[in-house]
Ligand binder design. Structure first.
Ligand code: SF4
Length: 506
């Protein structure tokens, strides 16, 4: 076969060639476009437009300066920008540039914009500029869902999920390195000349100056965050282990679901059990959920005007302080019992401890206040620490005994010290909670937790694509989480309530 000639179907001698449709890429076409018919009657983009059109968008309009009868360009309607962001999150896209591209060819975006293209700067600014107005919008949507009977607040399942920050592991630096980099950045800023006198074009010179100033600002913020971390972790700061990110100083290193550590934020989501509607969302820098339930209940009250009757949580939330706070707020707390013997099985699995050497395999002797391990060695009391309102007592085997033990690889792999166990002292509130959780009714309620609480988490990560934040800083990532949760709630409204309108026939 000749390489530079196009392939043609083979034909037998005397057989006529196959007749194929020609493709003409040189032609020019003018086609009429009926914008209203670009999407079907039951297309979700129509539902989003319809629902947002019913809501009070006054807070979004309040900041607009362009007024009829006065010189200046008109602005994009906030209803359109809200719908563009909601529709784009629904499709798992979270980039303003990508929306700009989609406006050029995607029928749903063309229908929304009436074939116009919205500039990505406008979209990106809009996403982060209206914090209070977006909070109001979230509450407005909750009002609609409540009116439809999808929210009752009889039972709310609350859970936290870690979402990766827009920062890499390598961006974390110790204090000394941050100080050195900051000094260098300040010197570079001081040496910057007049952009007009540079050999480069003015635009490039100004961009360089801006980048340097932003770098200096980020380093200053990282040092401030580092001081905060040092204040809350005095032990770690003594060992000079404390580090902060130079790209997102407010991100924190947290344990992810798959057992790896990485820069993250902790997204707290409260879900009403009636129809799995998100009734509250918040973002924290705390690596654990221990103190997250009380603010979550306050958020629900601020959003809906009342507290939930019952809150269902996992073992990460059930501690003395949370129990007291829920009792004071008259919220019935249902949850997994905290591990009395310290570390949770999931963590032990990550550490490589064999299930035969989990804490239940160790026998506690109250008369001598010590544990006995499966090899018959004693683990005497070592120290105690207070965590919230509960007291945690640590017991440890002798390092020399563990080193010589045939079970060391299964019992305490990778540690040079002897195996340790933690025992939490039980307070009267804990004992009452344990008694409640042993009843079949409480057990049955708790069994529903995973299905309800983890449903929106999975939806937001898998369908909306919020596995990693695009924005940086606590305020901006909170906005991103709010957009995602708002989109999730609107998807539930479409699924459960929306009835498409019939289009008028031409
Ligand atoms: S490794 Fe230590 S604690 Fe574990 S079984 Fe052996 S002696 Fe006991």
């Amino acid at each position: 076969m000749e390489k530079d000639k196009p392939w043609t179907p083979p034909k037998e001698e005397g057989q006529r060639p196959v007749r194929r449709k020609p493709i003409n890429r040189q032609q020019l076409l003018l086609r009429p476009v009926e914008v209203e018919k670009l999407v079907e009657e039951d297309h979700p983009v129509r539902a989003i437009w319809e629902l947002v059109g019913r809501l009070n968008l006054e807070p979004f309009y309040a900041e607009i300066e362009a007024i009829e009868g006065v010189a200046g360009r008109p602005v994009w309607d906030p209803q359109l920008l809200i719908c563009l962001w909601l529709y784009t999150y629904k499709d798992g896209v979270s980039s303003a540039r990508e929306i700009g591209r989609l406006c050029e060819y995607h029928p749903a975006y063309q229908w929304l914009t009436g074939l116009e293209v919205v500039n990505y700067h406008t979209l990106a600014d809009f996403r982060i500029r209206h914090k209070e107005a977006l909070d109001e919008l979230f509450i407005e949507v909750l009002g609609v869902l409540s009116h439809e009977g999808l929210i009752t607040l009889q039972r709310v399942m609350h859970d936290g999920t870690k979402v990766k920050a827009c920062a890499s592991d390598k961006s974390f630096r110790r204090k000394k390195t941050l100080q050195d980099h900051l000094r260098l950045a300040r010197e570079q800023v001081q040496q910057m000349g007049d952009p007009g006198s540079e050999e480069l074009s003015q635009r490039v010179a100004k961009a360089r100056q801006r980048a340097l100033r932003e770098k200096q600002q980020r380093l200053e913020e990282a040092l401030k965050e580092l001081e905060q971390i040092e204040a809350s972790h005095p032990k770690a700061s003594k060992n000079k282990e404390v580090r902060a990110s130079t790209t997102d100083p407010e991100a924190r290193v947290m344990l992810q679901a798959k057992g790896a550590y990485g820069p993250s934020y902790n997204v707290q989501i409260s879900t009403d059990a009636q129809a799995k509607i998100i009734v509250g969302v918040g973002v924290t820098q705390a690596p654990t959920d221990a103190a997250a339930l009380e603010p979550a209940v306050e958020r629900i009250e601020a959003n809906l005007g009342e507290r939930p009757k019952q809150a269902v949580v996992d073992a990460g939330f059930t501690n003395q302080a949370t129990m007291e706070a829920m009792a004071q707020k008259q919220v019935d707390l249902i949850g997994a019992l905290p591990e009395r013997n310290g570390v949770a099985p999931k963590r032990l699995e990550q550490l490589g401890v064999s299930p035969d050497f989990y804490p239940q395999a160790f026998e506690y002797d109250a008369s001598t206040d010590r544990y006995r391990c499966p090899a018959g060695k004693a683990l005497p009391y070592e120290t105690q620490e207070r965590q919230g309102a509960s007291l945690r007592r640590r017991y440890r085997a002798r390092a020399s005994e563990c080193r010589g033990c045939a079970f060391q690889a299964q019992c305490c792999p990778g540690t040079k010290r002897g195996r340790s166990l933690i025992r939490s002292e039980q307070t009267p509130e804990m004992a009452a909670f344990q008694a409640k959780m042993e009843t079949p009714q409480a057990q049955a309620i708790y069994k529903q937790r995973a299905e309800v609480a983890e449903f929106p988490n999975a939806w937001i990560k898998d369908k909306i694509g919020l596995r990693q934040f695009r924005l940086r800083g606590l305020v901006k990532v909170t906005l991103e989480a709010l957009w995602a949760c708002l989109t999730y709630n609107i998807c539930q409204w479409i699924r459960l309530c929306w009835k498409p309108q019939r289009l008028p026939q031409a």
